[in-house]
Design a protein around this ligand. Structure first.
Ligand code: HEC
Ligand code: HEC
Length: 351
């Protein structure tokens, strides 16, 4: 999934934006960050369910109605509108069951939706309060909560909900030709393939990737997660550095020391990369594509093919992988255990 509806900028070597490296100075942020319920939704759910919560039915159901069903006044109203008599007691019971079902879904996942064991109870409460506000449940605005999370936990949330939907945990690092054929580099390879600045650019703006033999720059197929901040993607990089899938504890600890001595700071010194308009309309895309010639067209048809494959396998893969990856709870970057290698199968790079 992870269908944000936006891809990176069309391949246009003339575009100074593409040549300008998103030069990120300074180290990682280490102070706890304040998260609102809305942020928890954005980091964990938005990639699949969209900003509005509507999702992309029929594959991805809307969250709105299941959330409304947890509100007693809304249940009563709905029953009345349907001309059904229901006692306050029964309506309360229905709302309670809907609430249980919602929490169960977050704890256990769904058929094609990952579970979220990495979310703490206060995080789940803040998330549910935000879901109610999104579903326009009366009084929900007053219940909004915020809490603190470590940067590494923010990275963890993004990786497990969003990146892992497409990127398997482990597996072979694909070469340029395999990328062209549709391989997606596993999470364990990302920090060796790209620098932190490159990852920030890839995720927040889109960046070309070398594919084929001979390797040529392509626009790529990965959607742009324009709603993540550069700091949050730096948190992803930090999380993947500290918890590279399949590494043992010593290596993780070494990586941590290294990352911190390489410039751990108490403040976020991450400069946001340039953010000028890459919000393209379909017409813009079309115009650009005409310009960019055969390479863009090629990469677009590959994209179309892959979009289909990703739809088919993405959901299946994510649930399967997610179940394995989320076996370990990480709430604090230093104390938590790394994911044991044996718990994660090699990336089934079906797509
Ligand atoms: C990888 C994609 C993905 C992510 C991430 C995701 N969901 Fe889902 N969600 C789905 C799919 C697919 C369904 C449809 C039912 C199923 O397959 O489980 C669904 C269904 C739901 C439903 C039930 C809709 C119904 O009709 O009963 C709720 C509620 C829900 N999601 C909430 C959330 C929340 C809250 C989050 C974030 C913590 C989240 N989802 C994150 C894919 C996702
Ligand atoms: C919808 C599927 C999808 C999702 C979700 C996704 N990616 Fe990707 N990603 C890809 C594909 C496909 C490629 C290879 C082709 C390309 O670059 O578009 C890729 C490539 C990359 C690369 C480039 C590697 C290189 O060598 O240049 C990085 C870095 C990356 N992804 C990071 C992430 C991060 C971080 C996330 C989570 C925020 C994420 N991806 C989410 C599909 C996805």
């Amino acid at each position: 999934m992870g269908s944000t509806g936006r891809l990176g900028p069309a391949l246009a070597p003339r575009d100074p934006m593409l040549r300008r490296a998103a030069d990120v100075a300074g180290g990682y942020r280490t102070d706890a960050v304040t998260l609102h319920g809305e942020d928890i939704y954005r980091l964990n759910c938005r990639g699949c369910h969209q900003e509005s919560g509507q999702g992309a039915p029929p594959e991805i159901n809307s969250v709105i109605n299941p959330v409304r069903a947890t509100s007693l006044p809304m249940v009563m109203e709905k029953m009345k509108a349907r001309g059904l008599e229901v006692s306050a007691h029964d309506a309360a019971e229905m709302a309670r069951q809907a609430n249980d079902a919602l929490l169960k879904r977050l704890h256990e996942g769904g058929e094609n939706m990952p579970a979220f064991p990495q979310l703490s109870d206060p995080e789940v409460r803040a998330l549910v309060a935000y879901l109610k506000q999104l579903a326009e449940v009366t009084g929900a605005a007053r219940e909004q909560a915020s809490l603190k999370a470590s940067p590494v936990h923010i990275g963890e949330q993004i990786v497990k909900s969003t990146c892992h939907t497409c990127h398997g945990a482990m597996g072979t690092n694909p070469d340029a030709q395999q990328l062209l054929e549709g391989s997606i580099p596993p999470l364990s390879t990302l920090t060796t393939r790209v620098s932190r600045a490159e990852m920030i650019r890839k995720v927040t703006q889109g960046a070309p990737i070398a594919m084929g033999d001979p390797a040529l720059p392509y626009r790529g197929r990965m959607p742009v997660f324009y709603y993540l901040t550069p700091e949050e993607v730096a948190d992803v990089y930090l999380y993947l550095t500290l918890y590279p899938p399949g590494q043992n504890a010593t290596e993780v600890a070494e990586a941590y020391t290294l990352a911190m001595s390489a410039g751990g700071t108490t403040d976020s010194q991450v400069d946001p990369p340039p953010t000028a308009g890459h919000t393209m309309s379909t017409a813009d895309l079309q115009a650009q594509n005409d310009d960019d010639g055969i390479m863009a067209i090629l990469s677009l048809s590959v994209a179309a093919l892959l979009a289909f494959l990703l739809l088919a396998f993405g959901v299946w893969l994510s649930v399967r992988e997610m179940k394995k990856l989320s076996g370990v709870e990480v709430t604090d970057g230093v104390k938590a255990e790394p994911v044991p290698a044996a718990a994660i199968p090699a990336n089934a790079s079906a797509a």
